[in-house]
Design a protein around this ligand. Structure first.
Ligand code: CA
Length: 370
């Protein structure tokens, strides 16, 4: 670990302990994915084989009159898959006729804990005894792969482990929802993000064809995230890596692939291990009107230290990245703390665009460091 990171995390830890925050202990639900992956080379397209694998879809006669196949926008989507990707249109007609909207997917998407829960409550789900203990174990057990990832991608072990820890309790809870239904529901019944989820649905169908997954038999989260890393399908296609070099990318069963893929993802979005990350800072109350509007503004660092100093923020801080952002999170009933955050903090937000999420990953990373 580089000195700046240590400084950043040390400040951060001090900040948290000053608040008297206590991690609650709770045993998480442990479940195993029933996902099975095709054994063939994922880079080869074998549409005939894919069609064979879809036979079960045809055998099962259960179809819904209110299925997605009945919707005009789904028909337009199928047409696009056929025209743009030479996808098997008949297969898609059958697949969409087997599924209908899943209400819970919408409800959950509208009530994500990282959006609605205050930070001091949100963090207790992740920064708690069992997740810390298992995180240390994960690092010990996978030291060889974490070192390889640090060498090749420049992302330190604790951050990789903490991300997998927050996402899936180190690969144990990868989701058991049918991803096809999740993505179709969000693509066609969640107008706010229809465009995004239609492109993820497209990516999922391409992934299924490339990997010979049976459509409708891929398990993941209610929002369509896959494997130990909870990659969305487009990221799975673009940024997942075969880190153990066994010829296939398998984010459900290969911990090395998950480790390499998280590291590749973070590096792709600009992670640099030799930066600081975050330093607690209490802005000057007297100049609140100058800095208030900058709290949690944007998804990128907003100002240089000199610019922050000029408006009464971070005067005690002398070393942190060239550009930083002002983060404010609720750490008690009516109490907020503030931090200046370097680019790396925002890189973690590329994984999940929530400051609470990024902060929880950093806190867990600090706790599981050996
Ligand atoms: Ca592999």
């Amino acid at each position: 670990m580089r000195p700046l990171l240590i400084i950043g995390i040390a400040y951060f830890l001090t900040a948290c302990s000053q608040d008297g925050l206590q991690a609650q202990v709770s045993e998480p639900e442990v479940q195993k994915s029933t996902q099975t992956l095709a054994l063939l080379d994922s880079t080869k397209l074998n549409t005939t084989k894919h069609k064979d694998l879809s036979e079960n879809l045809h055998k099962n006669d259960q179809r819904f009159s209110t299925s997605y196949a009945a919707k005009p926008d789904v028909q337009a989507f199928i047409k696009k898959m056929v025209n743009s990707h030479q996808y098997d249109g008949e297969l898609l007609q059958v697949a969409f006729s087997k599924i209908q909207p899943r209400k819970k997917t919408i409800t959950k998407s509208n009530n994500q804990p990282e959006v609605i829960t205050p930070y001091y409550k949100y963090r207790t789900r992740f920064v708690e005894r069992s997740r810390i203990r298992e995180g240390k174990r994960f690092i010990q057990k996978n030291q060889k792969w974490l070192e390889k990832a640090q060498k090749e991608y420049g992302v330190n072990a604790e951050i990789i482990a903490a991300l997998i820890g927050v996402e899936t309790f180190y690969g144990r809870i990868t989701g058991k929802k049918d991803v096809f239904t999740s993505l179709a529901t969000l693509a066609f019944d969640y107008p706010r993000r229809a465009e995004y989820f239609q492109s993820e649905l497209e990516a999922y169908l391409l992934l299924a064809r490339e990997n010979e997954w049976q459509i409708g038999n891929t398990k993941g989260s209610y929002s369509g995230a896959l494997g130990m890393t909870q990659f969305m399908p487009s990221n799975y296609r673009k940024l997942a890596v075969d880190f153990d070099q066994d010829g296939k990318v398998d984010l459900w069963h290969s911990v090395p692939d998950a480790i390499g893929s998280v590291a590749n993802y973070l590096r792709h979005h600009g992670w640099q291990d030799d930066r600081g990350i975050i330093v607690m800072s209490t802005p000057h109350e007297a100049s609140k009107t100058k800095w208030e509007a900058w709290i949690n503004k944007g998804r990128k660092p907003a100002k240089s230290l000199a610019e922050w100093h000029a408006i009464g923020v971070g005067k005690e801080i002398t070393q942190l990245g060239r550009q930083t952002g002002l983060i404010g999170l609720q750490v008690g009933d009516a109490k907020y703390n503030y931090w200046l955050a370097d680019e790396n903090f925002f890189v973690i937000m590329r994984y999940n665009p929530s400051r609470r999420y990024s902060m929880a990953v950093l806190e867990l990373a600090k706790e599981i460091r050996l």
